[in-house]
Design a protein around this ligand. Structure first.
Ligand SMILES: *[C@@H]1O[C@H](CO)[C@@H](O)[C@H](O)[C@H]1NC(C)=O
Ligand SMILES: *[C@@H]1O[C@H](CO)[C@@H](O)[C@H](O)[C@H]1NC(C)=O
Length: 193
């Protein structure tokens, strides 16, 4: 048994049912606590509507997407419907649907991201200007351990480097290790529309 699997088994043994979904999806767990992050003040969910191309993200086993990934956000009754499409490791087109909604009474402005095939995640929109870039960060805490997700999404397939840098800088200020970001390759023939 690998170290990661051993850690998952250990966590399940300690926490019981609560972490079964995480164990099933083999999230990368790390030693350490979640940093204290907050959503950008006065987030306007409606202005997040539209197409977002995934530019860089933390590697994770939950998402099938490897290349050519984008999410369409549609505002409905106080939350965002999310439809993500991309190509998996076999270069086959895959789509996943879900919702992103603000959690009630969250002092940090946390949102909940509920996507097919992923555990429900607490997510913070740490920065967005709505028109060029959005950075989402998620962290789940277990005794002594954490699991992190992060995405930098842009309105265009090839965003200006400075635009992506705004997200990296913001996350570094929040004490998140931005060195973990990996590029999501986008090709000129990724999308037909
Ligand atoms: C986050 O804030 C809480 C309360 O302000 C504090 O107890 C905790 O140590 C902080 N965590 C980190 C990782 O800084
Ligand atoms: C990619 O998706 C196809 C269709 O769902 C599936 O058959 C294939 O196993 C997937 N490839 C990987 C590496 O997951």
């Amino acid at each position: 048994m690998g170290v990661a699997a051993a850690v998952v088994v250990l966590v399940v043994a300690v926490l019981g049912v609560a972490t079964v979904s995480l164990a099933e999806t083999s999230t990368l767990l790390e030693v350490g606590a979640c940093p204290n992050v907050t959503t950008q003040p006065n987030l306007d969910q409606q202005k997040l509507e539209g197409q977002w191309y995934h530019i860089i993200r933390f590697p994770t086993n939950e998402e099938p997407f490897v290349t050519c990934t984008r999410s369409a956000y549609t505002y409905t009754d106080g939350y965002l419907e999310v439809k993500t499409e991309g190509r998996n490791a076999s270069d086959v087109g895959v789509t996943r649907s879900g919702v992103l909604g603000q959690m009630p009474d969250s002092p940090s402005g946390a949102l909940q991201l509920d996507m097919d095939g992923m555990p429900p995640l607490r997510v913070w929109v740490v920065y967005t200007d709505y028109t060029s870039v959005a950075c989402l960060y998620s962290c789940s805490q277990f005794p002594g351990l954490r699991a992190e997700w992060a995405w930098v999404m842009s309105r265009t397939v090839r965003p200006n480097v400075k635009v992506v840098m705004r997200c990296r800088t913001k996350l570094r200020q929040l004490k998140v290790n931005a060195a973990k970001f990996k590029r999501v390759p986008q090709r000129s023939n990724c999308y037909t529309n």
